[in-house]
Design a protein around this ligand. Structure first.
Ligand code: URA
Length: 280
């Protein structure tokens, strides 16, 4: 609770007590409350703290030990260079290449995966292994292409060893990069691939079955500040492991396609990334 909320509550309780006891309000000196200290992040359920990080911290001006520096990241190219130079968390020690992401600026859609695997670590490009090939097919089925109108990125930009899940502190350290990417790219729709991407972006502990099949929204802040619709679906790797996920994933893609169609039927040409290619 902050000081203002405590003061309002105390005024109300004192007033109610005075009226019940004396039949009228008594004069009181000013209250002198202080804001409660913020709790330290403990895991996914606390991750919104990372998103609430104020702009100065995000810009690296008051960055703590675990914050990436976004100072000078005014373009996607600046941001990609900062990602490649980043040593904020332990994942930098085992990476071959950081993987900033790739695709056009001002894309129609942005796909967010979990983090690079072995093929991505070897090449510095997102989703280029088996899961990536399936992702490309899924995207093509709804007329999305990474060289045309769809940007592909990940929650963490460096490969977790042996493809383990990224740790909450690694996600918290890396997510300012993603948030800045979203601010710069201004995608019209975001597709989160898998539980880790969905939970990390939306700041929830809910499972992927609860999160998929319906649109949420995410606001990265910044001048544009608009909320971007977010659809979550299964990760292509999960679909490769379990064929039963194909049908619900296809249902999600149909929902995505309907949203894309409504956007493109309204968009002036040039607003969907098709004329503004900048593959990173
Ligand atoms: N899985 C992901 O989540 N991202 C990649 O880039 C590759 C595989």
């Amino acid at each position: 609770m902050n000081a203002e909320e405590k003061t309002t509550l105390a005024r109300f309780l004192d007033l109610a007590g005075d009226c019940l006891r004396d039949g009228h309000a008594r004069h009181r000196d000013d209250y002198a409350f202080e804001d409660d200290a913020q709790e330290a992040p403990k895991g996914f359920s606390s991750l919104p703290l990372a998103y609430q990080m104020d702009e100065e911290a995000a810009l690296g001006e008051e960055a703590g030990e675990q914050s990436v520096s976004l100072a000078g990241c005014e373009t996607l190219e600046d941001l990609a260079a900062a990602v490649r130079a980043c040593e904020t968390c332990g994942l930098c020690a085992t990476r071959t290449h950081a993987v900033p992401g790739e695709g056009p600026n001002r894309p129609l859609a942005m796909v967010i995966g979990e983090g690079p695997g072995a093929d991505e670590d070897a090449t510095g490009r997102p989703f280029v292994g088996r899961a990536g090939q399936l992702l490309d097919k899924m995207l093509a089925s709804v007329a999305l292409y990474r060289d045309k109108n769809c940007f592909i990125a990940n929650i963490v930009k460096c490969r977790p060893p042996k493809n383990r899940d990224p740790q909450p502190e690694e996600i918290a350290a890396c997510i300012p990069f993603l948030k800045r990417q979203i601010m710069l790219l201004r995608p019209r729709v975001i597709l989160c691939a898998g539980r880790v991407a969905a939970q990390s972006l939306l700041g929830t502990g809910q499972g992927i079955n609860a999160l998929r099949g319906t649109f949420a929204s995410f606001s990265a802040g910044g001048e544009a500040g608009e909320a971007v619709p977010v659809l979550c679906t299964f990760h292509p790797s999960a679909i490769l492991r379990n064929e039963d996920l194909k049908r619900p994933a296809w249902e999600d893609l149909k929902l995505l396609k309907a949203r894309l169609d409504s956007i493109t039927s309204l968009a002036p040409s040039g607003e969907t990334g098709e004329h503004d290619r900048a593959v990173l």
